[in-house]
Structure formats: C-alpha cells, structure tokens
Design a protein. Structure first.
Ligand SMILES: C[S@@+](CC[C@H](N)C(=O)[O-])C[C@H]1O[C@@H](n2cnc3c(N)ncnc32)[C@H](O)[C@@H]1O
Ligand SMILES: [Zn+2]
Length: 361
C-alpha cells in the first residue's frame, strides 16, 4: 500500500485514525511492503504484509476461515498472473456484468471499490482502461497477495485484506462506484454485506452487485449443492482441483457434442426453453475450457453459498432507499445496480434515470 492512502482508512473496530509504524522505505512502485498500522483509538495493530494491510487475520469462525482459504486457493492458482488470456476473460466478464446498465470505462476520476476482489482481475482491467482516481480492492482471503502482485504497478490501486461487513474505510462515504461480483452470496449474511457497502457509497454514488439466483438453479440447488456442503467444500485443494477437472471435462464433452449442435440448429432461445443451463454453458463455451474448469472449482469449494431470489434481491435495494434496476444474467443469476434515491432521501432532487435498456424481471 502507498502512504497517501492511509488518510482514507480507519480502524474497522472503533473507526479512529491509523498511524503508520515500523515500516521500511517504499519500494520502486511506491508501496510500503512491510510495516504496521496502529489505531489511535483502541490501539489495535494491523500488519502490512507483502504490500497489503491485513485487518482480519485471525477469524474465530472456522466455517468462514475455510471459505476464505478455499477462495485463496482458487484465485492464487487460476489468476496467479494476468497474462493476455486472463485479461481478455476478465474484460469480457466485466463487460457482461456492467453492460446491462453502465460502461465500466465511465469511471474517470472516480473512487471505486471492488468488494471481494479475489486475485484482482477486474481491478487490473479497470485500472488499465480507465482513468479512475483511486481503485480499492477488498477481500477477506489471502488472494489479496495475488491481487497485489497483479496490480502493484498501477499508481491508483490499493489492495486491502478485510471484511466487507466491517470495511476499514472512514465513515465519510468515500466511493463513487462500488461493484461486487460473485461475492455477497458467499458471506454469512449477504444482506448485511450489501448494507455495509451502501454505507460506504457517496450520496450520488452507484453500487453494482452480481449474485447467484434462486431462479434458474433449482436442479443445481437440489442435487449438486448438498454435495458441496457435505463433501467438496471440506476436501483438500489438490483433490478438488483434480475432481473439478474431471467433472469439467465430462460436462465440456456434453456441451460440445450435444448442447452446441442443438444451439446451432434451433437457436439459443429455443434450446434454453427445454435444456437446463443452456445460457450458462453457452457463456462458458465461448470462454474456453480452463475458465469453465475454474468456475466448476468455484462452485465446489465455498463453505458458504446462498441462492438469492429476485424478490429478496430487490429488498436489498429497497430497504436502503436505492433506486435500482435488476437484470437476469445467463439464465441463473441476478445483476443489480442502484443509487441513493434522492427524492426519497431528501425530498428535493430528482434522480437521474438509469439506462432503460436492461432486460428486467
Ligand atoms: C467467487 S470469488 C469472486 C472474486 C472476484 N470478484 C472475481 O470474480 O474475480 C468470491 C470472493 O469473495 C471473497 N469474500 C468472501 N467473503 C468475504 C467477506 N466477508 N469480505 C470480503 N471478501 C469476501 C472471497 O475471499 C473470494 O475472493
Ligand atoms: Zn481502533
């Protein structure tokens, strides 16, 4: 992390300012690689390790601890470096999450938060392609070390280890844009995570979230998810890596020899009406086998996964007085964007309308 960032951070326990101590000089990219942040209020100490400040090192809940360990394994293995292939895949996925509502390139001069940044693949693309003022990546897992390696050469990126439900940001509502892609459904209390992010949003800021849907996943929830819960989330990394490879290979063969020809003959819309997961498989078929393997691994390892209904998802926005749009993505998940409803919040200013092109449900 760079010293200039400390003014935006605070102690996640008592919200008081932090003091930099016991640090060595910045490296060639301007980062402090090792040191400590000390809270001026409660005296808590937060170590800076490999360029990343750690705010939640010791978790007492073993379920959450295993969740973050498994995610660290995923991102440290699959995004260990941002080569051309990983960059293209990240860019396409980012576009598919933003495009229904917004353009991720419109982040010029903005304060941006990637909530649950994993290995930092989206931050890499945003920093490279936009002129965002500052981009923060927050993640509970050790994937932050990979995220730091992938992004440390960008002047405007800071990676932080911490909990979305207790983020170490000053209370002044720092962010113009917060996005959280594939994260909130892996938090013990997803709604609490969402509320906490909204609390860090500026009055004219926007929040974008993508979560697993209850709709479109009935078969998965009934047959595969119990196996995740009872077995695969508890297996060692290498066993899951091999197992997910075999499952992906079998599914990939089915996709290529069965789903693909049917889509070519009948068209995607028709096939989606009678074949489960058709939109989902089509999305990954275009992205190649390795990314499909990663996503199968990603489904098998979390100890916490929720499936959110559209009704539930809408209430996240409504209970925070956000004006919002939601969009059903790839036939199995929900994307939503919201911004504080100024009419409701102070009775004066009329809110700019969000783009109407989204297919809403
Ligand atoms: C499926 S991954 C998505 C990562 C990233 N958004 C991406 O798509 O590349 C979910 C991430 O959420 C993080 N996570 C889970 N619970 C969290 C919490 N309470 N606070 C911060 N991050 C959390 C995990 O460590 C993991 O990296
Ligand atoms: Zn404190």
């Amino acid at each position: 992390m760079r010293e200039k960032i400390i003014k935006y951070l605070c102690c996640p326990e008592c919200y008081m300012d932090l003091m930099l101590q016991k640090h060595n000089p910045s490296d060639s990219t301007g980062h402090i690689i090792t040191g400590e942040l000390n809270c001026k209020g409660c005296g808590n100490t937060y170590p800076i390790v490999d360029g990343v400040p750690f705010f939640n090192l010791n978790l007492t809940d073993s379920h959450i601890d295993l969740n973050r360990k498994n995610f660290a394994d995923e991102w440290n293995y699959f995004t260990s470096n941002m080569d051309e292939r990983n960059e293209t895949l990240a860019k396409e996925e980012l576009e598919s999450c933003f495009n229904p509502f917004a353009n991720y390139k419109d982040l010029e001069n903005k304060f941006v938060l990637d909530a649950g940044c994993g290995g930092g693949r989206f931050i890499y693309v945003i920093s490279k392609e936009t002129n965002a003022k500052e981009i923060f990546g927050l993640d509970l897992s050790n994937a932050v070390i990979t995220a730091f390696k992938n992004t440390k050469h960008f002047d405007n990126v800071t990676i932080i280890q911490g909990d979305i439900t207790k983020p170490p940001f000053k209370k002044e509502r720092l962010f113009d844009f917060i996005y959280s892609i594939g994260v909130l459904h892996h938090i013990q209390d997803p709604r609490q995570g969402f509320n906490s992010l909204v609390n860090n949003l500026k009055q004219d800021g926007k929040i974008l979230a993508w979560v697993y849907g209850k709709e479109g996943n009935a078969l998965y929830i009934r047959f595969a998810d119990p196996i995740r819960k009872a077995i695969t989330s508890k297996l060692p990394f290498k066993v899951n890596l091999s197992l997910s490879f075999i499952i992906s290979l079998i599914l990939w063969l089915i996709i290529l020899t069965f789903y693909r020809p049917l889509n070519l003959i009948l068209g995607e819309e028709t096939v989606s009406k009678f074949l489960p997961f058709n939109e989902y498989f089509n999305f990954f078929r275009k992205r190649g086998f390795k990314d499909f393997w990663r996503t199968v691994f990603d489904k098998m390892v979390p100890t916490i996964s929720y499936y959110i209904s559209s009704e539930e998802f809408k209430t996240w926005f409504e209970s925070n007085n956000l004006e919002y749009k939601i969009y059903f993505r790839n036939g199995h998940s929900w994307l939503g964007i919201g911004q504080p409803n100024k009419t409701l919040n102070n009775g004066k200013i009329k809110l700019e309308s969000l783009q109407q092109t989204a297919r809403t449900k």
